[in-house]
Design a protein around this ligand. Structure first.
Ligand code: FES
Length: 146
């Protein structure tokens, strides 16, 4: 005698994977249905075409130790930390994996140019992807929760 199989699926988030245009369509439909933005996730197969960003140099400050560093236009934050012997987790350095996501103090930091493809708007309020994101303006600090 076989027991019946009952499958109950409660979907609390949507994760889309595919071409950017397809994912834009899924996100637009979900947004129109008032789906919370922080419950929608994109999975890119390839790095999407990036905007033409202009890098600005900025100051990096580590909140716990108070140490500061200059991040020049031709360096990434992950590279500056690694050069100081403070390497944080990195994987592919391709803006997609999210491994280098690090907490930052938005109240003490300048405006961040989030260049990643993994963080939600809500995540971006207190996390930054260090392998690609930078500050928008010169003369301000990025204060990391490190
Ligand atoms: S190392 Fe993968 S997003 Fe930064």
């Amino acid at each position: 005698m076989h027991s019946p199989i009952i499958c109950i699926c409660i979907c609390i988030c949507t994760c889309t994977c595919g071409a950017p245009r397809y994912m834009d369509g899924v996100f637009a439909a979900a947004t129109a249905k008032d789906w919370p933005e922080d419950r929608m996730h994109r999975e890119y197969i390839n790095v999407p075409e990036a905007e033409a960003w202009v890098n600005q140099p900025f100051k990096l400050k580590l909140k716990r130790s108070g140490r500061t560093f200059d991040v020049p236009t031709d360096s990434k934050t992950t590279e500056v930390l690694a050069a100081a012997g403070l390497g944080n987790d990195v994987k592919r350095r391709d803006v997609l994996c999210g491994v280098c996501a690090t907490g930052y103090d938005a109240a003490l930091s300048g405006e961040v140019a989030h260049r990643d493809c993994v963080l939600s708007k809500k995540d971006r309020q207190n996390k930054v992807i260090l392998c690609c994101s930078r500050l928008l303006k010169v003369g301000v600090e990025l204060v990391l929760d490190l």
